[in-house]
Design a protein. Structure first.
Length: 392
């Protein structure tokens, strides 16, 4: 009793460990570089990053022009855009040099390439760079997406490094897309892959471990033991006979031996249930970092779950990415064509719920004559109907 009391007294008097100081095992030992992040772009991380990039590329921004009361009509070809409401009139621009640029951004990339690469670099590294090539009218004639891992911010601009050396770029030559980084809100970019880098490394190490086990496990499927002593020549003859008859398509054949033998079949596993459970949890953590529903990567799901996952992915992951991208373009690209601020870029809202609300709103506008049939068709990119049918 006395010893127990003394131990409790010593534990009560001893200073408690500080909770604000991480233990050695909890300290981070990895501070990945952009090249390290690219090295881990595989398996689940690659799937999630490309899902987000391809989905964002499916919703390119449209060009619109706003006309406030008292302003002159736009001088470019337009069509009505009834999805916008308010005092000012909003019309979609159908012909403009900016639209021509975004359709064929450079001799190598098309529009889908540009949007997909822009989002992909942000998903992996957190920052995407556009290098603008200006023409005689001081407007862009080409857009070159730069490899983000080769661009370094400096005090007076940026440095782009490639096989030919270094190239110093000014801020006016680049459009920089960033994901928010609370540690560096002015020049940093925190990518989803950086947020789940430890989990991505763990998944890669698990794959490497399985490959090593398959390549080097050195475990036979069966052991054949003779009853008596066998010489080396006889052992080699028996092994050769056994393998020639039973390997490849010979599984299940009968082997009649000319001596007394004892055959022991070995059952060994290259993994266990606990490791597989940890791997599944790691994949879910990677999916959460990219805001990709795990149902996209699983076969154990149904149509209802997939539809709910798609709606969640579009509303919580894609919509914020599209808005961040379009606002950056309105901030830095649009003023090169229109300093007045009447032009702006905006992507269609991909959220299924919002699309349903827009459809109901369009039906109400048609029902009460606020919108004509041809105006509704124009907003959908369809040709107008003859005048006799346009008011039905």
């Amino acid at each position: 009793m006395m010893q127990h009391f003394l131990r409790r007294l010593a534990a009560w008097l001893s200073p408690s460990p500080r909770l604000d100081v991480p233990l050695p095992s909890m300290q981070r030992v990895r501070n990945p570089t952009p090249t390290n992040l690219l090295d881990e772009l595989r398996d689940t991380a690659w799937t999630c990053a490309t899902i987000n990039a391809a989905t964002c590329a499916r919703y390119p921004p449209r060009l619109y022009v706003r006309t406030r009361p008292g302003q002159s009509p736009p001088r470019v070809a337009t069509r009505s855009a009834p999805k916008f409401s308010g005092v000012e009139r909003i019309e979609e621009v159908t012909s403009h040099p900016l639209l021509d640029l975004l359709r064929q951004v450079n001799p190598v990339h098309n529009a889908f390439d540009l949007w997909e690469l822009t989002t992909l670099y942000q998903e992996v590294i957190g920052i995407a760079y556009w290098l603008l090539e200006f023409g005689p009218l001081n407007t862009p004639v080409a857009i070159w997406p730069l490899p983000s891992h080769r661009v370094t911010p400096t005090a007076d601009g940026y440095v782009y490094r490639n096989a030919n050396g270094e190239q110093h770029l000014s801020s006016e030559q680049l459009i920089v897309f960033r994901y928010p980084d609370p540690r560096d809100p002015y020049s940093g970019g925190l990518s989803p892959l950086r947020a789940c880098y430890d989990q991505a490394c763990l998944a890669s190490e698990w794959t490497a471990y399985k490959r090593a086990r398959f390549d080097n496990h050195a475990l036979p499927d069966a052991i054949v033991s003779p009853e008596g002593v066998m010489g080396d020549d006889e052992r080699v003859r028996l092994e050769t006979q056994w393998n020639q008859k039973l390997r490849r398509g010979g599984t299940g054949r009968v082997l009649v031996a000319d001596m007394a033998l004892r055959v022991q079949l070995l059952n060994h596993s290259l993994g266990d249930l606990a490791a597989l459970a940890d791997l599944r949890a790691t994949r879910e953590e990677i999916c959460n970092a990219f805001h990709v529903p795990p149902a996209f990567l699983s076969t154990d799901t149904n149509l209802a779950n997939l539809q709910a996952a798609e709606q969640q992915h579009l509303s919580r992951a894609i919509v914020p990415r599209l808005r961040r991208r379009d606002e950056k373009l309105n901030e830095q690209l649009i003023p090169l064509y229109d300093p007045s601020g009447r032009l702006f870029l905006a992507a269609d809202d991909p959220s299924p719920r919002d699309r349903e609300l827009n459809l109901k709103e369009r039906e109400m506008l048609l029902k009460y004559g606020v919108l004509t049939v041809n105006e509704a068709r124009s907003s959908l990119g369809l040709p107008p109907l003859p005048e006799s049918n346009s008011t039905r």
